[in-house]
Write a protein that binds this ligand. Structure first.
Ligand SMILES: *Cc1c(COP(=O)(O)O)cnc(C)c1O
Length: 456
């Protein structure tokens, strides 16, 4: 194809995935189990039953390679899936890349809430609905999860209360308005509605909140009410599995393009959009495939690049089971960077495990460099990225420039996890020249590490 100008690779609805890919079936070594904080013993499905409907608990521990996507969920996916894969022709031109260096991106911003989050929000709402649950409590960082779950709960007729990290509540008022439009109730966290929130506010009335605190509030809300279950937008195995529709589609689309990626890149907060893209590529990697896989995190919250791999709580108050993961300590308070979705002290146990086994690389990026990349991307590709995937774009550009210099051929794939149309305050700050870099100080990381419970 000498004059191939194809810019987007589009699948029709007949190519919708019919099953999620569960990598548990193919892991070279099994993951360490979650532990009960009281007994130090592996938790059983019964321990999680107060929080989640049984179908999701069974998915969390399943060893089946494929889990069928219910028809009702597939029917909602049809609203925006399959999502397009783009060849970044405009960006390649701006970077003056030679033909041998190619950039592709999978675009998840075409969902109604503007990110990959509905890929798991919809099945989570569905499994709660068929279990008879009438109310869900959850947390949200930047508001993308809260708005996605609000939409999913609207589709299935479930009430939703969202604890939104206070700094984002102030920075992103339109995310709150989206949640309310879809019928959810949204409060700033720490709130006065829970013991966990009140305790934080007693100690620090000016607390800007964190995902860890908001999770504590949502878990407490759930544990103290009969009618309510809890829902998490990242980190857990079943959440990452729901996101594998991204990578499954990308594999088909790259085939259409006749391309094979040498580098696969995603931003990683809790790890779900990254995992959703990369997990379907892992069987090839386990079989000796050469593609490099890079998780990109903010320098202000460097979980993989500077955290330790150990058992820690998923929330600040210490109410969740202990998860073996890369962590900065559950009391770690990341700086108020604009990529709110990347401000989590831990990393998904599954991503941590693959990283520990040596299958993944990790890099951290400062937010000014990330926004510089985003501006170049917006001016050449049109789409204004959400603050989170700007980190992936930075590394994709760096990888392309390295290949341009070195003379090697390189095909780069990254996940554009969402658009930034509701994040224009962040762009405003960058464009006015007042965006600051934060590198979390080593002492603050050391201090938070001292609160990690001792290894079991
Ligand atoms: C929530 C979010 C993230 C970070 O969460 P992961 O679980 O790491 O994917 C990244 N990008 C966007 C657009 C998000 O909404």
């Amino acid at each position: 194809m000498a004059d191939d100008r194809t810019t987007k690779y589009v699948l029709n609805e007949e190519n919708l995935s019919e099953a999620w890919y569960n990598i548990q079936a193919d892991l070279p070594t099994p993951m360490a189990p979650p532990l009960h904080p009281g007994t130090g013993q592996p938790i059983g499905p019964g321990d999680l039953a107060p929080l989640f409907p049984m179908d999701l608990i069974l998915q969390e521990v399943s060893q089946e390679r494929y889990i069928e996507i219910p028809q009702a969920v597939q029917d909602v996916y049809r609203l925006w899936r399959p999502t397009p894969l783009y060849r970044a022709r405009g960006l390649e031109k701006s970077l003056e890349l030679p033909d041998r260096v190619k950039i592709f991106y999978k675009y998840e911003g075409v969902s109604p809430s503007g990110s990959h989050k509905p890929n798991t929000a919809v099945p989570q709402a569905y499994y709660n609905k068929i279990a008879g649950v009438t109310r869900i409590a959850t947390e949200t960082g930047a508001g993308q999860w809260g708005s996605s779950l609000a939409m999913a709960c609207a589709f299935f007729g479930i009430d939703l209360k969202v604890y939104m990290v206070k700094i984002s509540y102030a920075q992103k008022p339109y995310r709150r308005a989206m949640m309310e439009t879809w019928g959810a109730e949204c409060v700033a966290s720490p709130s006065m509605d829970t013991n966990a929130g009140r305790a934080i506010l007693d100690a620090d009335p000016d607390s800007t909140g964190s995902l860890g605190i908001a999770i504590s509030e949502a878990v407490e809300d759930t544990a103290t009410r009969e009618d309510t279950k809890y829902s998490l937008g990242s980190v857990l195995n079943h959440v990452l599995m729901h996101q594998t529709v991204i990578g499954q589609e990308a594999i088909k689309q790259l085939e259409m393009a006749g391309a094979e990626p040498d580098v696969i890149i995603g931003c990683a907060g809790g790890g779900s959009n990254f995992a959703g893209l990369i997990l379907p590529f892992m069987p090839a990697k386990f079989a000796g495939g050469k593609a490099r896989i890079i998780a990109v995190e903010p320098a202000a919250c460097p979980t993989l690049t500077r955290g330790v791999y150990t058992y820690d709580f998923g929330d600040t108050a210490g109410m969740t089971p202990l998860l073996k993961m890369h962590t900065l300590g559950h009391t770690f308070m990341p700086a108020g960077i604009h990529a709110g979705g990347l401000r989590y002290h831990g990393m998904a146990p599954l991503v941590s495990h693959l990283f520990d086994l040596g299958y993944l690389e990790a890099q951290s990026v400062k937010q000014v460099a990330a926004f510089e990349a985003a501006i170049m991307f917006a001016r050449s590709e049109g789409i204004i990225p959400a603050p989170e995937p700007t980190h992936a774009i930075r590394v994709a550009i760096d990888e392309a420039l390295l290949a341009k210099e070195s003379g090697e051929a390189k095909t780069i794939l990254f996940n554009l996890s969402g658009h930034g149309s509701v994040d224009m305050a962040a762009y405003d700050t960058y464009l006015s020249g007042s965006l600051q870099d934060y590198e979390h100080p080593a002492e603050a990381i050391e201090e938070a590490m001292t609160h990690i419970p001792s290894r079991a």
